[in-house]
Design a protein around this ligand. Structure first.
Ligand code: HEC
Ligand code: HEC
Length: 316
């Protein structure tokens, strides 16, 4: 009886040892993986100020306090639907959209339709790759280097790489309704916006005295524009950028929801899809790509390590 028991124990020990070895090796693999990811990521730290970049995306010649170039942007010839001419044809936003989705987003229909693509395809691309789009390397007709200084180009690249979000998580595209909590939005609005825009959002008129446009109007007419303005501020003004205040995207959606309760000068757009308001999405979670990369690398290394070990064991 006794000897067999000892033998069984020995067998168990023999079986446990490779498992421990595999675990240790996996941990070493993960550690190497993390160092590798950290290293390659460190080279790619955005060089510019992404919040300044957001203002430039809105209107670079106002943000830089420059005169806009003469005539239409050279690429404007490639479309016939959008009737605008002159300076506005030079704004990134006019071609690529306030939601960064171009023809696949809010500018897929209506007055601003051009058919031009969005810029979401470059999220996370290298500094060099994105810059090549702005200095004429990729397309001589898409060259902004003669007009936009080096620092500002870096800012734009940083914005394009790191600050684009999916606005479908904040706005219901069909009804234009904000997917936020208006009660919390009111608290934030009274803290941060009321001093310049007034309790009713009417202190500033964004159009003419005869045909006024107030904050409540903007929030309904163009919620995508409103989100971009809240996050990055208004170019060449002292309006704060929520991205600098440390707000989450949920908080931006909350303020937008409150702004949609403010009085309007024009008849408000009727929100038909009430049900979409119920969508409770934790907006902060988007854009968290790095942890996903870490996890993927770790899993791949574990698989590699175990494959290696079983190969070793077979060869023995
Ligand atoms: C007159 C319209 C127009 C304006 C203004 C414009 N773009 Fe573009 N952009 C385009 C078009 C059209 C393309 C598609 C590529 C091509 O055919 O050259 C493009 C491509 C891009 C791309 C590559 C997108 C991808 O997915 O590969 C980026 C990035 C970009 N533009 C950023 C900007 C930025 C930043 C600005 C403002 C400084 C800007 N664009 C202004 C029309 C415009
Ligand atoms: C320090 C003053 C100040 C504060 C605080 C401020 N804004 Fe503004 N805001 C401005 C100025 C100035 C403009 C440009 C107005 C103009 O064109 O007359 C502007 C423009 C805007 C626009 C763009 C309107 C358009 O479509 O052109 C929106 C939207 C807006 N503000 C929302 C907000 C919200 C929401 C807050 C609070 C989170 C806020 N602002 C806080 C000063 C301020």
């Amino acid at each position: 009886m006794q000897p067999t028991k000892i033998m069984q124990n020995d067998k168990k020990q023999i079986r446990i040892q490779p498992a421990i070895r595999l675990l240790v090796l996996s941990f070493i693999g993960i550690a190497f993986g993390l160092v590798f990811v950290q290293g390659s990521h460190a080279q790619e730290v955005p060089q510019g100020d992404p919040v300044e970049g957001g203002k430039l995306y809105d209107n670079w010649y106002n943000a830089l306090d420059q005169d806009p170039p003469e005539g239409n942007h050279p690429l404007w010839r490639r479309q016939e639907d959008n009737p605008l001419t002159g300076p506005k044809t030079w704004r990134c936003q006019e071609c690529h959209g306030w939601d960064y989705k171009g023809v696949d987003g809010a500018y897929g229909e209506g007055d601003h339709f051009t058919g031009f693509s969005g810029v979401q395809g470059v999220i996370g691309n290298s500094n060099e790759d994105i810059r090549a789009w702005l200095d004429g390397t990729r397309d001589a007709n898409h060259n902004f280097a003669p007009y936009i200084n080096n620092t500002a180009l870096d800012d734009l690249v940083a914005f394009l790489r790191t600050k684009q979000v999916d606005m479908a998580l904040m706005i219901d595209y069909d009804s234009r309704t904000a997917l936020g909590d208006k009660e919390n939005g009111e608290v934030l609005y009274l803290e941060t916006c009321v001093s310049c825009h007034g309790e009713d959002g009417k202190r500033r008129n964004f159009a003419t005295a005869i045909n006024p446009v107030y904050l409540g109007d903007v929030a309904w007419q163009d919620p995508w524009r409103t989100v971009h303005k809240i996050r990055f501020g208004h170019p060449a003004s002292n309006m704060p950028a929520s991205e600098n205040l440390g707000w989450t995207l949920q908080e931006v959606a909350d303020v937008l929801a409150f702004m949609q309760t403010l009085p309007t000068a024009r008849p408000p757009i009727d929100p038909t899809q009430e049900s979409t308001r119920a969508m409770a999405i934790r907006l902060e979670e988007q854009g968290e790509i790095i942890p996903v990369i870490y996890a993927t690398v770790a899993i791949m290394l574990i698989i590699l390590a175990s494959a290696g070990i079983s190969a070793l064991r077979k060869s023995k």
